[in-house]
Every structure is written in C-alpha cells, then in structure tokens.
Design a binder for this molecule. Structure first.
Ligand code: BG6
Ligand code: MG
Length: 224
C-alpha cells in the first residue's frame, strides 16, 4: 500500500464546523411559507451545500419567477438568515469541531475553510474561530459553486498545498463531489445516502481522530 502525504485539511463550514444548516432551513422555510410553497425538512436536504441561487431554483420547484422577483426572494431569505446570525456564538460550534481543528494544527497540518456561502466571514467571526484558520475561501472567491471543484482548488492554493495533499471534510453530496473532482480525498460527515461517495464516512467530528484519519487516508491517493 502506498503512502500519500497529507498536508492540509479543508473544512466546509455550514453543517461541518457549525449547525447553521438549521438556520438556513428556517430562513428558506419562512420565505416558502410567505410564498405559499410547500417546503419540508426533507426538501431542505437537497439544498445542502448548494448556492443561494440554486437553492431558490430548487425551492421554487419549477414555478417561474422574473429575475427581479428571484433577486428579491434571495435578498429576503438572506435578511432572515442574517437576523438569525446576529444570535450566533461559539455555542453554535458543533461538538468536537474546535478540538479537532486544534489537533490538526498541532500536527503541522494547514487548515482552511471552503464554503460557497457569502456569509462565511460573518459566521467565522461570530463563532470566534478566525484565529485557527490559515485561509478562508467563500462565495466571493469563485464563480462556479459546488459540485464544481473550484472553491476547494482555490482553498488549496490559499494554503500553498497541492490538491493531492488536501483532505476535505464535507456534509453535503455536492461538496463531496466537488472535492473528488478537485482530486482531493474526502471525509463525508453524515448518512451514507448523502456522503457515501467519500473516501471515509463518519457521523460527525465529535469522535473523529486526526491520527486515525491520516493513517486511513494516507493509504489512498493519487500518485503525485
Ligand atoms: C452553503 C450552505 O454553505 O452555503 C447552503 O450549505 C447555502 O445551504 C450556501 O445555500 C449559500 O449560502 P449564503 O449564505 O451565501 O446564502
Ligand atoms: Mg455544508
């Protein structure tokens, strides 16, 4: 078995380091209710990890709207979401997330966040984790969103690490696909129906061990 170097961990934000996925759901739900569109938690699963515009497209379920209406709806949803973010604090970090990031840093692993959310920087600030990160790639850094690999490639460049040495942590199907397309190894967090294409699947970061993940994934890789 070969041994493939791992030098950087790239974390998705919503649903990986913090529980903001619930806030995204509540904000979309309010918009959907106002517009008389049925929208359930199960519908919301299809929105995980995808951009604001694509989320709206999926929520509308084929209902046609003008560009002006679409912009207004995205703005309204974001307003509801931003209001909820004002209450966000380090208490919203998912169990074990900070410890895991700290352990990675102590091993000399570079750490970045890569999220297509345009609210990434606000969320990081409210969570108080900016000091733990070597780089942040957000929805303003790239044009093509997940499942396009661009955001992860951007993040790899920002930490000066070849894509083959990066491991991504993702909770969304679109994110797992994006990471694989970037030529990176992926740890999928959540049910296998959602993240089963990842190289390794874990329920969340609460019991994840840096050493164990490195030892499992260094046997898997693309020869440099
Ligand atoms: C992703 C979330 O991180 O960001 C999606 O998983 C969200 O639910 C997307 O739609 C875009 O976020 P924002 O904050 O720019 O609307
Ligand atoms: Mg996510």
């Amino acid at each position: 078995m070969g041994s493939y170097r791992i030098s950087a961990f790239i974390f998705d934000l919503d649903g990986v380091l913090t529980d903001t996925s619930e806030l995204h759901f509540l904000a979309w739900k309010r918009l959907a209710d106002e517009e008389g569109i049925p929208f359930t938690r199960q519908d919301n699963e299809a929105l995980r990890g995808v951009s604001r515009r694509e989320s709206l497209r999926r929520l509308l379920k084929g209902r046609s709207v003008t560009e002006e209406q679409a912009l207004e709806m995205m703005e309204r949803k974001n307003r509801y979401y931003r209001r909820m973010l004002s209450e966000l604090s380090p208490a919203n970090l998912l169990p074990g997330a900070v410890k895991f990031v700290e352990n990675a840093r102590n091993r000399g692993i570079k750490v970045a966040v890569a999220s297509v959310s345009k609210n990434t920087r606000v969320v990081i600030e409210r969570l108080g984790i900016g000091g733990l990160l070597d780089a942040v790639a957000d929805g303003y850094c790239v044009v093509n969103y997940k499942p396009s690999p661009d955001i992860f490639i951007f993040a790899a460049g920002a930490v000066g690490t070849p894509v083959s040495e990066c491991v991504v942590f993702e909770d969304a199907e679109a994110g797992v696909e994006a990471a694989l397309r970037a030529g990176m190894r992926v740890v999928g967090l959540g049910p296998t129906e959602r993240v089963g294409k990842a190289n390794l699947v874990l329920p969340d970061l609460s019991r994840a061990r840096v050493d164990e993940i490195i030892s499992i994934l260094s046997g898997t890789g693309i020869p440099a």
